[in-house]
Design a protein around this ligand. Structure first.
Ligand code: GLV
Ligand code: MN
Ligand code: MN
Length: 425
């Protein structure tokens, strides 16, 4: 009974939650534009954020450095130096016009938990590493999960030559950031160094809120395919070319986008499809668009289902292009299989949630996370924290202080009771 009272009193004080909120606000101010939060991979603001996070890690008792892709890496030694680690983390890049919580909540909560251990002088039979992944969103260049792929040793060097909207190559952007593109291989870690990868993240959907719960156990991260589509027709005069003779690439893209939406809406298996960017050329009111590029993001819980859907959608877009006499090119820019969270780790997440007095509730993640890349070298698990209205990738994204605090308590309990797989009975 006394223990319960103490826990409730602590929760009312919500000290970890207060600290998390203050840091979320501080990091959220580092943005490329003052009126919107945008902090894309390797921008000047991304660098300023990395420096702020490095300072927080050092204050929390960690050794900290930037690795070769721009991940912010902190290490808190265990009972003796050099032990394998439990890796915690999330990303510090954002989408455009983002919320403050997607990524930073997990990263800041991990740092706050380590700071708490450090304050108490507590060392564990394993090290803790906290990684702020440099690129999870894949907003600036066509590829994504660049930070966690570098750590997992699966970074594809061919993406270094890709350019952003302004024509800056990833190679040049890395150098401007102060990094050597020739050393990305040095960011890779080995299986022997890691016990597990554990990420706390906002849910980005409404399920926890519907169930009146602050936290949940993630079962799996849904696979995704991203495509870049390019339609080429014929530019021409908006006043002189008769409608029947036009090869309007933008009209072809519009028809394709509606076909994607209708196909996904009709699906019964939870398929989702999004066209999030489109660019029409030459881009003048009085010129028929001759060339259009757009992106397609397709996700589903089952890999086979997603793959079949992608094949069918490409077939439909090909048919639209053919009928409209447009040339079509479709490239896969990103493909990730569905990643299951490890059973042995999920059980420990559930124990920590129950230990904090919350009902254990499992849910899948429709959003992508760095665990999708980390799975290639280590088992992964995730804790979700409720966010208001399920709103994310939007400036209205919000987490209540009490929920941030609940997430931190769960994570701290999980860390302190963590048992590596080979020691699980
Ligand atoms: C990242 O947030 C994604 O799911 O695309
Ligand atoms: Mn995220
Ligand atoms: Mn995101």
């Amino acid at each position: 009974m006394d223990e319960v009272k103490t826990r409730i009193a602590e929760r009312e004080n919500a000290l970890l939650g207060d600290e998390i909120l203050a840091r979320i606000d501080e990091l959220g101010k580092i943005s490329e534009t003052p009126e919107h939060l945008t902090r894309v991979f390797l921008s000047k603001e991304h660098r300023a954020a990395a420096d702020l996070i490095l300072g927080w890690m050092r204050d929390a008792g960690m050794r900290a450095h930037l690795d070769a892709i721009g991940n912010v890496c902190g290490r808190y030694e265990g009972e003796r130096p050099g032990l394998p680690c439990l890796m915690l983390g999330s990303h510090y890049d954002t989408v455009r016009d983002a919320g403050k919580w997607d990524g930073p909540l997990g990263l800041i909560t991990a740092i706050v938990c380590v700071a708490d251990l450090n304050k108490r002088g507590k060392r564990l039979p394993f090290a803790i590493e906290v990684t702020g992944f440099a690129d999870e969103e894949g907003v600036r260049f066509a590829s994504t999960l660049l930070g966690s792929r570098a750590v997992a040793g699966t970074f594809d060097d061919s993406v270094l030559g890709t350019s952003d909207r302004a024509g800056v190559s990833m190679r040049d952007a890395l150098m401007t950031f102060g990094l050597d593109p020739g050393h990305i291989g040095a960011a890779a870690r080995t299986r022997r160094e890691l016990h597990a990868y554990l990420e706390l993240h906002i849910e980005q959907g409404p399920v926890l809120e519907e169930n009146n719960l602050p936290v949940g156990v993630v079962t799996a991260i849904a696979g995704a395919t991203r495509l870049a589509a390019n339609l080429t027709g014929m530019a021409g005069h908006a006043g002189t070319v008769p409608m029947a003779l036009r090869r309007d690439a933008l009209a072809g893209a519009a028809e394709s986008i509606v076909a994607i939406e209708e196909f996904c809406r009709a699906d019964q298996g939870g398929l989702v499809g999004t066209v999030g960017t489109i660019n029409a050329m030459p881009g003048a009111t009085n010129v028929i668009p001759g060339q259009v590029s757009f992106t397609i993001d397709i996700r589903a819980a089952a890999d086979a289902h997603r793959k079949l859907a992608v094949t069918e959608l490409v077939r439909q877009i090909e048919a639209i292009a053919k009928r409209r006499k447009l040339a079509l090119q479709v490239d896969v820019t990103h493909e990730n299989r569905t990643v299951p969270c490890a059973l042995w780790l999920k059980a420990q997440v559930a124990d920590a949630i129950a230990g904090e007095g919350f009902r254990v509730f499992e849910l899948p993640s429709g959003a992508g996370h760095d665990g999708m890349a980390m799975i290639d070298i280590v088992d992964v698990a995730m804790v979700f924290v409720r966010c208001r209205g399920g709103v994310s990738h939007h400036p209205d994204e919000h987490v209540d202080r009490a929920d941030a605090d609940a997430g931190a308590r769960v994570l701290l309990r999980l860390i302190e009771n963590f048992t590596p797989r080979d020691a699980v009975g």
